[in-house]
Design a protein around this ligand. Structure first.
Ligand code: UDP
Ligand code: MG
Length: 136
């Protein structure tokens, strides 16, 4: 049975800065994700703080919010069967050093903080994150 879902993906500043956006978008396409919507934006620190609210007690929260607001990002709504889990699999582990061969973070990530991509971790968070970036 099909289980079509939407999830939010972000190409983070380190990857946009290295002109990897097209290559990463192509990875989604060849892995059968439909890119339903996409836009390049630069968010403010306070928007980043809102987006990463769940991490507000973590020691890396402030740096993470500085980082996500440090340069342009590409945000996308991806659609596929089991999109949330499938995107997490394609991204690989948070730390590129621990990410599996062939994953986006293994291929493109620089470090645990500059790990090139974000992906929603649950259907509920996917809905909230899509709403956050694509209200209109
Ligand atoms: N992060 C970090 N240091 C850490 C853990 C996470 O800088 O020790 C950053 C990293 O960029 C990660 C983001 O915070 O992508 C959100 O962390 P999470 O645990 O949700 O990882 P993800 O869901 O992105 O794999
Ligand atoms: Mg997460």
């Amino acid at each position: 049975m099909s289980n079509i879902q939407k999830t939010l993906s972000i190409i983070k500043p380190d990857a946009v800065e290295r002109n990897l956006s097209e290559e990463i978008k192509n990875e989604f396409k060849i892995n059968n994700f439909n890119i339903l919507k996409e836009k390049k934006v630069k968010i403010t620190k306070s928007e980043a703080e809102k987006f990463y609210q769940v991490h507000q007690t973590k020691p890396f929260y402030n740096d993470l919010c500085d980082y996500l607001s440090s340069g342009p990002i590409v945000v996308m709504i991806l659609e596929k069967d089991d999109a949330v889990l499938e995107n997490r699999k394609l991204m690989g582990a948070t730390d590129p050093k621990k990410a599996e061969e062939g994953t986006l973070r293994k291929k493109f990530g620089i470090s645990i903080d500059k790990n090139s991509v974000h992906g929603s971790d649950s259907i509920e968070n996917a809905k909230q994150e899509i709403e956050f970036f694509f209200k209109d």
